[in-house]
Every structure is written in C-alpha cells, then in structure tokens.
Design a protein around this ligand. Structure first.
Ligand code: ZN
Ligand code: ZN
Length: 282
C-alpha cells in the first residue's frame, strides 16, 4: 500500500469536504443534509405524530454529531480514501470487467438504468439490515441505531461507524457491476437521505397506498419498538417498504408503540466514544 498516495487522497477528500462547507450550493451534500434536516424539523413541528414528544431532548447534540460524522467525516474522509485506493485495483480485475460487460444496461434509457440501480441497491440494503438484526455480533453494532428512546429525524444517521463499511462495500459492488454515473449516485443518495430523514421523524403524513412502496415514519417507528412484535423485528425497510410487504415482515398498526429503544441493556453507554467500543466490551 502506497502511504503517500493514501495521505494525498485523504488530504484531497478533507479539502473537498471543507470546500463544500464553505460554499453552500445545490448538489453539495453537506448543504443538502442541512436543508433536508431543516425540512424534516419544520415538518415535525407542523405535523407531529406523538404530540407530547419534546422538540429538544438530551441526546439531540449527540445525534446531530453522528449525522455529520457518519455522512462526512468517516465515509468521505476516511473510508473514501481507502476505497479509492482499492477501487483502482478492483475495477481492473478481468472478472469485474466480464460481469460488467454481461450486465451492461447502457442501451436502456437513463431513468430505467437509475431505477434498476436504485431498486437493486435498496433490496440489498434490506437484506443487510435483516442480517444486522439476526447475527448477534452485528446486532451489538446495530444497537447504537436502536438505542434512542425518543425518535426524531437525526436518529436516521445515528449508527455505529462499522455500518458504513457493512453497507458501503456491497453497495459499491452494485454500483461497480451494474455501472453508475456520479449523477445516479447523487440522485440515489438524495432520495435515500430525504426518505430516511422523514421515516425517522416524529411525523404523520397521509401516505395512503404509498406505504406499500415507501418506508414511512409509522412503519419505521415500529421497527424501533422496545417490545418487538416478532423475533428479530419487523419493517426492515430502508427506503422501499415493498420488500417487507412481499416477504411477510411488514407490521402496520394504527397506533405508535408504547416505548422505543433496546431492552436488557442497562449499561448501554451514553457517550459517542463509549458507543464506538460497545460491541467489543458488551
Ligand atoms: Zn434495525
Ligand atoms: Zn431507524
């Protein structure tokens, strides 16, 4: 591994991140996150589902820190540095070239390519999410996401850093093998970010039949219920709920669960540092 090119990549990624913070613009992920958060927060104020839930809470600062850590500091600066290094080697593998050639979707219209990429990625993420609930060590990592006892939009990006790696490596392979442009990736991330914020918000919107296609705040709150209705849980949807309806893991009562959070973990750490090492010290 060439340390010099790694450190150059790291510094370039850091400079790119600092530049986007300093220059607000559409198409800039930092400000997109700020805008999506502001919209979700205003919607929570206008259409709260649980009206007694306070807008300010003790862990809000920690959750907002997680949001920027998981969205930028870890993936864009740290993980992107390593992945750019490995990507150069993986993309030149003949097996990768062969699979790419056989899948080739370039003859299809751009929006069909985008839809195939979006649906394939989402189905993969739904399966990964189920694995996080079923495999005991992965559940310890995923407990960080399930630990809040008050649900609000910043909980969307409160998760252990290792989930970045667990989700991003298969996602990267999907993008690589199916083929994707930067615009595709940006659009997919924008849609996922917006729906993820909305389905973690304290919000009740008239989704109607769309709840059979898209994950909603009502469905996802039951995913975070303290008393899990079925073993390993329900409603594993990330963006599309259709997988839960198809595979029998959907659960959609009209009322919210009595409590959300995790059970049987009185020692669960309250600090960011404590939560980072929790899966290994539990
Ligand atoms: Zn989960
Ligand atoms: Zn969640």
């Amino acid at each position: 591994m060439d340390i010099q090119s790694l450190s150059q990549n790291f510094l370039a990624n850091w400079a790119g991140f600092a530049n986007s913070v300093m220059h607000p613009a559409w198409g800039n992920f930092f400000w997109l996150l700020v805008a999506a958060s502001a919209v979700a927060w205003l919607l929570e104020i206008a259409f709260p589902w649980r009206k007694q839930q306070p807008l300010l809470r003790r862990e809000l600062g920690l959750d907002i820190f997680y949001m920027f850590f998981n969205m930028f500091l870890f993936p864009l600066v740290g993980y992107a540095t390593l992945s750019a290094f490995f990507a150069a080697h993986i993309e030149s593998l003949s097996l990768v070239q062969k699979i790419r050639g056989s899948i080739s979707l370039t003859a299809l219209p751009a929006y069909v390519q985008l839809a195939i990429l979006f649906v394939t990625r989402d189905f993969l993420q739904w399966n990964i999410h189920r694995v996080l609930h079923i495999v005991p060590f992965f559940w310890k990592l995923h407990e960080v996401h399930h630990s809040p006892e008050i649900m609000s939009y910043p909980v969307h990006l409160r998760y252990h850093w290792a989930e970045n790696v667990i989700y991003r490596i298969p996602e990267y392979l999907i993008f690589l093998l199916i083929g994707s442009s930067l615009t595709d990736v940006f659009l997919i991330y924008t849609i996922s970010l917006s729906i993820g914020h909305l389905n973690h918000a304290n919000l009740k919107l008239p989704w109607g039949y769309l709840k059979y296609v898209f994950n909603t705040s009502e469905l996802h709150l039951w995913h975070h219920a303290k008393q899990v209705p079925r073993s390993y849980g329900v409603n594993f949807a990330i963006t599309l709920s259709v997988w839960d309806w198809l595979f029998g893991t959907a659960y959609s009562p009209a009322e919210p669960p009595a409590e959300i959070g995790i059970t049987g973990e009185p020692r669960f750490p309250k600090s960011f540092a404590g939560q980072l090492v929790w899966p290994w010290i539990k």
